[in-house]
Design a protein around this ligand. Structure first.
Ligand SMILES: Nc1nc2c(c(=O)[nH]1)N[C@H]1C(S)=C(S)[C@@H](COP(=O)(O)OP(=O)(O)OC[C@H]3O[C@@H](n4cnc5c(=O)[nH]c(N)nc54)[C@H](O)[C@@H]3O)O[C@H]1N2
Ligand SMILES: Nc1nc2c(c(=O)[nH]1)N[C@H]1C(S)=C(S)[C@@H](COP(=O)(O)OP(=O)(O)OC[C@H]3O[C@@H](n4cnc5c(=O)[nH]c(N)nc54)[C@H](O)[C@@H]3O)O[C@H]1N2
Ligand code: SF4
Ligand SMILES: [Mo]
Length: 891
């Protein structure tokens, strides 16, 4: 029944201790990790050498997982209206409210909003409850903000949501095109595999298509700074070029593809100039792509998060299908998934317009088959509300009971302020999370404590269709329960006990696997039904495996020989035409706002912000802006910009850089009410969506920018947690406490009073101060028993003290010399952290490059250790090497 050998308990000896094999809970690469409890609530993490995704590699976030399992901010008991409650009362209330609402207003008056970070088993029961038993399809997932355009594009072209290829295709290709993907920071281990492949095969070319220059561009032979939304125009130009140069694979098309003529006509009619690239750049790209047989086109949120996201996906798929470059080693389009179980969520039918196992909610035969399998009392007749519409319905009072599980929409949805208000005003909101301290959890009527990554069991599917086990290593803290268990408990109280009497994730998995057999019999791709009688023991020992499992495609790729899932077995080429992003820059909002991720933080930071190590790389929200635009706007380096859109307002640190083009700015999505309330970037983002996929255009809002009128800027740090009250603030953990960046319009009347209030310090802390009222500058350090407990550095301009030095001094012995804000001659200033694993700073690295004449990333590793562990900082080391050889740029 199971292929391959099984390791009975999935425990491994790592350096003499027993480690549990599990899967990293961050990105869709889905790396295997080995975890050993350290006996103090933490974990020691090492890479799983046997996992097919990473084979011994981890990135900075995976490496720091052990720092994120502490219990200090965990939600440990249910809460009803802010008060601690027992499970029985909380579950009774949730079930009663949902039942009453449905009785009074019908099944579509309730909704679930779930997450690609749920395990497949959690997802399965949530979907079964809403679609099969409540009888509504109002269950959508944050994957709507993430993968929906890829799903819609795959389904249009292939007839089902199938990712054709495998990670090894990136290694076997001669050309890897990364479009709308910052792989270096967002899928770091896959990026490392690509780096290694390029080293082994110098003929392997990499093209990076992204409006801005990123760490990923450092690896690229060619970086194309495409206009925002320009991908359709570029790939249409490619399709036309392929036809014009005789590169179409006529035999493959004749046997397996429909729609060439229409697609080609649309492509020829499109204007390549809409890509914003020069004729020469376009020609270079077209020639390279056309003349390379083994080409993989990797794409991610720069493609999906667009009002033309589905068309972008199909423009890419068109070129691969028309050349038959799909499903063979080293070829294919490759949509990389974001979350650890984004792919599992797609398989299990988490989206409002899908059923489980890739079955289609709009197909009556599929609906009937699922209804029969579940013995479901009520099935919806069509799709439910997609995320943006779902929260609009909440706003309008059409949805009266809402359950949010494992996602933080008050931060991550476009028009975030509006979404937060809608959640707050909803008649009844339940949130299941690890912590009560999220912007969404604060708005809930009922909070349900869920177990987290290290405490729960189940399965996830990564970007290459590899299903892996996540295994519990630590006990459930307090009263926290598994998500699947909470959902089943509510289902039981709603009167659906018989269908939800699961006692383990293994049992849920078996039912799910059996249902996939129904899908298989209906001719669909997702069929893992040979696992439907997996024993509990075999489930515990389950090795990572790729689907499809059955037939000739076992463990392999799709579509080399056709076999698509439309009724005629053929794929479709789609006629697509460039459309500019929905928000059009205007006099009032002239800048294009692009958003995305940073290397060491994960989404709304509920886990990565717990790690001092991960908080050092980038410690505050920022706005990347071109030098000429900054000059026009009068924005000084490191000052604070006020950014507004029709939807909202934020304050961000100015980062002047030529990596972004004129007229465009970039800001990361991660900061929240908890970490930088003025830096919640989704407050600015308009909820424009792709008409087919419903995915929001998170990458192309329009904004106005002006300098914030700050009378002072500051840097503060303290051994204790503190909450600044200034107009701008952003805080982060350090090894010995907390740090914060501050800026404010109003000057305090008494700096020492203000600082003591900020830090909550009594008189026992001795102040050493250097205050210059005439210039609005102040430096204050607070010492207890000779140790530095807090400090504030403030001035009329951004304060130029060494953050890494000061953060390293907190809690240490110090005297008045600390007020200089810089280390003395005996202790060199490391500069901003580049390597999070070994805490190596930029100044240290540049100094070593110069003095030791280092010329490669490997040499830096040998000299300083930087980059020699997880390797996530290698692109930045590469950039520092480049900068150090051009003396001006390095200063
Ligand atoms: N460190 C880290 N890694 C993560 C995550 C995280 O939070 N932190 N989140 C995970 C998740 S859920 C996801 S979905 C993935 C996302 O992974 P990515 O999609 O790689 O990351 P993003 O930074 O969102 O966006 C990618 C790039 O798209 C570019 N872009 C913007 N507009 C356009 C356009 O019109 N065309 C093109 N071609 N490019 C454009 C942006 O400049 C950006 O560099 O990352 C996953 N990995
Ligand atoms: N502007 C802009 N906005 C974006 C994006 C962008 O690129 N730009 N990207 C979008 C994308 S691709 C994504 S995927 C979303 C991500 O956005 P979110 O899903 O909102 O972000 P997370 O911070 O990952 O939220 C996960 C929540 O679940 C909790 N949690 C973690 N594990 C568990 C668990 O096991 N059970 C339960 N019940 N809770 C748990 C965490 O504490 C956290 O509060 O953001 C989207 N928003
Ligand atoms: S690349 Fe990093 S974040 Fe992604 S799964 Fe692997 S270790 Fe985790
Ligand atoms: Mo995502």
């Amino acid at each position: 029944m199971m292929d391959g050998a099984t390791r009975p308990a999935k425990l491994l000896q790592v350096e003499g201790r027993l480690a549990t094999c599990t899967t990293c809970p961050y990105c869709g690469v889905g790396c295997g990790v080995n975890a050993v409890p350290d006996g103090m609530g933490g974990l020691t993490i090492t890479a799983d050498k046997t996992h097919p995704a990473n084979a011994g590699r981890l990135c900075s976030k995976g490496t720091a997982l052990g720092e994120t399992t502490g219990l200090e901010d965990r939600l440990l008991t249910p809460r009803i209206h802010g008060r601690e409650a027992n499970w029985s009362d909380a579950l009774d209330l949730v079930a009663a409210k949902f039942r009453e609402t449905i009785e009074k207003h019908g099944p579509d008056s309730v909704a679930f909003y779930v997450s690609g970070q749920l395990l497949t088993e959690d997802y399965y029961v949530a979907n079964k409850l809403m679609k099969g038993f409540i009888g509504s399809a109002n269950i959508d997932t944050n994957s709507r903000l993430c993968m929906a355009s890829s799903v819609a594009g795959h389904r249009r072209a292939f007839g089902t949501d199938t990712v054709p290829g495998l990670y090894e295709d990136l290694e076997q290709a001669d050309l890897v095109v990364l479009t709308g993907s910052n792989l270096a920071w967002c899928h770091p281990v896959l990026f490392q595999r690509l780096v290694a492949a390029k080293k082994a095969n110098p003929a392997l070319k990499v093209v990076n298509i992204d409006p801005r220059r990123t760490a990923t561009s450092e690896l690229a032979d060619l970086h194309l700074a495409i206009a925002p939304g320009g991908d359709v125009a570029l790939f249409n130009a490619l399709l036309a070029h392929l036809a014009d140069t005789g590169r179409l694979e006529r035999a493959y098309i004749a046997a397996h593809v429909n729609g060439l003529d229409e697609a080609l006509a649309a492509a020829r009619a499109d204007d390549p100039a809409a890509s914003g690239l020069s004729e020469e750049e376009i020609a270079t790209f077209l020639t390279l792509w056309a003349s390379t047989e083994r080409v993989v086109t990797v794409y991610s949120q720069g493609v999906n998060q667009s009002s033309s996201g589905t068309d972008k996906v199909n423009a890419i798929l068109n070129c691969h299908l028309a050349t038959g470059r799909i499903g063979r080693p080293g070829t294919g389009p490759f949509s990389v998934t974001g979350q650890p179980n984004a792919m599992g969520g797609r398989e299990v039918g988490g989206l409002a317009n899908m059923l489980a196992c890739h079955l289609d909610i709009e197909n009556a035969e599929h609906r009937a088959a699922v209804k029969e399998f579940w013995d479901a009392p009520a099935m919806p007749e069509g799709p439910g509300l997609k995320a943006v519409d779902l929260f609009r319905a909440v706003e309008e009072g059409r949805i009266k009971a809402l359950w949010i599980i494992c996602t933080n929409p008050a931060v991550s949805m476009p028009e975030a302020d509006r979404v937060a208000t809608a959640i707050k005003d909803c008649e009844f909101t339940v949130v299941s999370d690890l912590t009560a301290e999220t912007d969404t959890a604060r708005l809930a009527d009922v909070l349900l404590p869920a177990t987290g990554w290290a405490e729960k069991d189940g399965t996830v599917t990564n970007s290459e269709r590899c299903i892996s086990r996540q295994r519990a290593i630590l006990p459930a803290p307090g009263a926290a329960r598994h998500d699947w268990r909470i959902i089943c408990d509510v289902a039981e109280r709603m009167g659906f006990g018989a269908a939800f009497d699961f006692t383990s994730p293994a049992e849920i998995f078996r039912e799910y696997a059996a249902l996939s057999g129904v899908a298989g019999r209906l001719g669909l791709d997702f069929d893992i039904s040979d696992l439907s009688d997996l024993s509990d023991r075999d489930y515990d020992a389950l090795e990572p495996f790729h689907w499809p499992r059955a037939g000739t495609r076992q463990g392999g790729r799709f579509f080399a020989e056709g076999g698509f899932y439309h009724a005629d077995g053929k794929a479709r080429l789609l006629a697509v035409t460039h459309r500019a992003p929905a928000s059009v820059p205007c006099a009032e909002y002239p800048f294009r706002l692009n958003t995305g991720r940073v290397r060491d933080h994960w989404h709304t930071m509920t886990r990565t912000a717990k790690s001092p190590r991960l908080s050092q790389h980038i410690a505050e929200p920022y706005l990347e802006i071109h030098p000429a635009d900054a000059a026009d706007l009068g924005l000084a380096p490191a000052s604070i910009a006020e950014v507004t859109s029709r939807q909202g307002r934020v304050l961000l640190r100015v980062l002047i850089s030529e990596r972004v083009q004129r007229g465009q700015v970039f800001a990361p999505m991660h900061w929240t009410g908890e970490t930088a309330p003025c830096g919640r970037v989704d407050a600015l983002v308009a909820a424009n969506t792709d008409p087919l996929s419903g995915q929001p255009e998170s990458k192309a809002s329009t904004v106005a920018i002006r300098p914030m009128e700050a009378s002072w800027y500051g840097f503060a740090l303290s051994t204790g947690e503190f909450w600044p009250q200034t107009d701008y603030w952003a805080r982060a953990r350090t090894r010995g406490g907390w740090r914060a960046e501050l800026a404010s319009a109003a000057l305090p009347t008494d700096w020492e009073d203000a600082a003591r209030t900020l830090f909550g310090l009594g008189t026992e802390a001795r102040a050493v101060t250097m205050i210059d009222p005439a210039h609005g500058a102040a430096r204050l350090a607070f010492l207890e028993e000779g140790r530095l407990v807090a400090a504030l550095f403030a001035g009329p301009a951004p304060v130029g003290v060494s953050r890494s030095y000061l953060a390293g001094m907190i809690g240490d012995e110090a005297g008045a010399e600390i007020l200089s804000g810089r280390p003395g001659a005996e202790r060199p200033d490391p500069g901003a952290t580049v390597c999070a694993c070994f805490d190596v700073g930029q100044t240290t690295i540049l100094e070593a490059i110069r003095s030791q004449r280092l010329t490669s990333v490997e040499q830096i590793g040998a000299a300083l250790q930087a980059g020699s562990n997880c390797g996530s900082c290698k692109p930045e080391l590469q950039a520092l090497l480049a900068a150090a050889t051009t003396p001006v740029a390095a200063e």
